[in-house]
Write a protein that binds this ligand. Sequence first.
Ligand code: ZN
Ligand code: ZN
Ligand code: FE
Length: 808
Amino acid sequence: MGRVSIKVSGVVQGVGFRPYVFRLAREMGLTGFVRNTGSGVLIEVEGENEGTSGFLGRLKAEAPPLARITGLDVRELPGGAAHSSFRIIESGAEGSVAGAVSPALSADVSADVSVCPDCLKEMSDPSDRRYLYPFINCTNCGPRYSIIREVPYDRENTTMSAFGMCPDCRREYTDPANRRFHAEPTACQACGPSVFTGPDGKNGARQNPITLAIRELKAGGIVAIKGLGGFHLACDAGNEKAVCELRRRKKRGNKPFALMSGSVEEIKRFCHVSEEEEQKLLSPERPVVLLRRKKECALPSAIAPGNGLLGFMLPYTPLHWLLFNYPAGPGGPGGPAFNALVMTSGNLSEEPIAATNEDALKRLSGIAGYFVLHDRDIHTRVDDSVIYEVSPASENIPFFAFARRARGYVPVPIRLGGAFYGQKKTGRKRGNAASGLFDRPQVMGAGGDLKNTFTLVKDDRAVMSQHIGDMENPQAQKFYLETLEKLMRLFGTKPEAAGYDMHPGYHSSNLILGSMGPDIPAGKKFAVQHHHAHVASVMAEAGLTEKVIGVALDGTGYGTDGTLWGGEFLIADALGFERAAFFRPIPLPGGEAAVRAPWRAAIGLLGQTLPDETVLSLAQKSGISGRRTAREVENILKISKKRELAPLSSGAGRLFEAFSSVLGLVDENTFEAEAAIALESMAWEEDMKAEYPYDTLEGGRQLDFSAAFVQAIEERARGVRPAAVSARFHNTVARAVSETALRLSAGTGIRTIALSGGVFQNRFLLEGVMGRLSMAGGVRVCTNRLVPPGDGGISLGQAFIARARVMQ
Ligand code: ZN
Ligand code: ZN
Ligand code: FE
């Protein structure tokens, strides 16, 4: 090659990309320059260098771990010998290339990154000037999204602007050969943030704040710890008393606590960890990974009551790492201090996570008796992400799905279309579906009300917000509007149209429709049906533009007929859908009350097809009448016949929870889907292929599972193990779902099946459905891999649909 210019797009700023290019070019004896632009990085190189071992080949292959190159635009330039050396040109400095965009706001902002091995090595070296420094970072690691106020990503635009660099740090920061060259949050003990601990977050100057915190945790205390994107509430996971006390104070029922251990080896003492899960635990994103608990796991069951899974993560800030690895010595604890810590988000039930010192001291002081604070401000709250492995027989390699998408992943854009879909990458070529999405209107999806996220779409990229939470909470609504405004600015996008859930009571919808939301003309706000949005989230990920058979299974969504849907088979494309089949709606006696108390739904379901005496005798046999009272059961049965007191719902979630209740597992949910999770956990204990029968109505348009309930109750009364009964039930639903999808496929000629909805977080069910579909053959099955299948993912589907409608 002679002289070429290379435009690199993707996540290439704030990840050490320019120094990397600098070192590579120098090593290869090339001349030219590299600079940040508004849309990425621009390189000009000159010199002999062709082939895969040449500059272009190596540029992509050896890129820094955090860089994500999504495009390389290479152009030959005329002439030669324009440069005598290779240099880095500062943003906005001389040498700006004519025609380059102003530092506009379209370069992708990096997500926060866990502490890297190089920094850990320095931090463990007593001779290093950052020995045991809890805020060590470099161009490959450290805070990003949580501290950035404005783009471009420069120190003065982050919360690190409060700290002036010492001469040593400045020298590293300005030296292109140094691994901290332009590491914006770089700091050391001489110039950077520091930690304070104590019952009020103030320790004496002569005390070591970290060892004080470790001592407090070892003594069984509940400690609020400021992390990367917010506070955690922590306690020693091996201390049952502390765990129970934390659960009591946090008022969160039986909702599972996340855990942190110092190493994968420690985690393996408690859980089964596959090779792929190990890789995810160690990845720079450091998510919480839901792992199967070992039989011999010694941790108190109060961490995740009735749940076969434990959520584990590894330390992701230097401060976390120190809690597990502080060296022995005077005042030091010596050796690993804990096998595991509970690290649950620092909030009360459904409020957003606390992020400022003042907020934490105010809101968490009723829960934590001790605080670990620091003075690096968190500008944007980001919760921990939660993922889990799915390994259906139909796939060679397991894949991962999101239960919650936040820290480590947000705000890295999701490329719409097939390029990132599946295990096989198709090389540099982009799918047709994706390239067709360029130059299309900028749109947003408002999300749902539970586990809310919103999504902004620009060109072929979708930026999904971090987990916002339960929109019923006024603090969550405030967090939503702040984050929306901020992400619009960071990505230089202004939506021209929006999709929102058609549920008239949703706060997310009302925010978008009201005056607080973005400035979008009324005619360009589109009400989107909940399950259509679920299905469309899969279409957006996979780049599907043709019609699909969409299967959306969840708890509740508002249907176009005003009733509650949630067991849906939709023949859908981006513009619309037809409700082709659904789970037979069951009465929910007391409405919302039955969502909290699945035993009511069980009585409603039985009462729908059976005479009252039979229902009462089954309630007796299943133990429901014993756990409640016979009178209560009779009363609920009566109510279930009155439509105004017992609305119908086709929600698949309701069905699983009702089944959990007849097995005597959970009669009342203390958190969303508790009964269903207990039922699934049970199913894994049994290798059971058998099924119950199921019925269809209206020529297969409705699926009825009441026969399974009756048989299950009889079997339980005969002493069949609940695990076997649960597995049989899961198999029954998996068969009914796959048979219905295949029948619709055969009837319409549509060969793509899209599975989504929160009920598909049930891996036993998802793997069962995927396995059966692939065994039948002839269909392509797509599921969510980049966004959650639950309501945390619907904003992507809404945006996808809104874009199609506005272009119509
Ligand atoms: Zn580092
Ligand atoms: Zn310094
Ligand atoms: Fe849903």
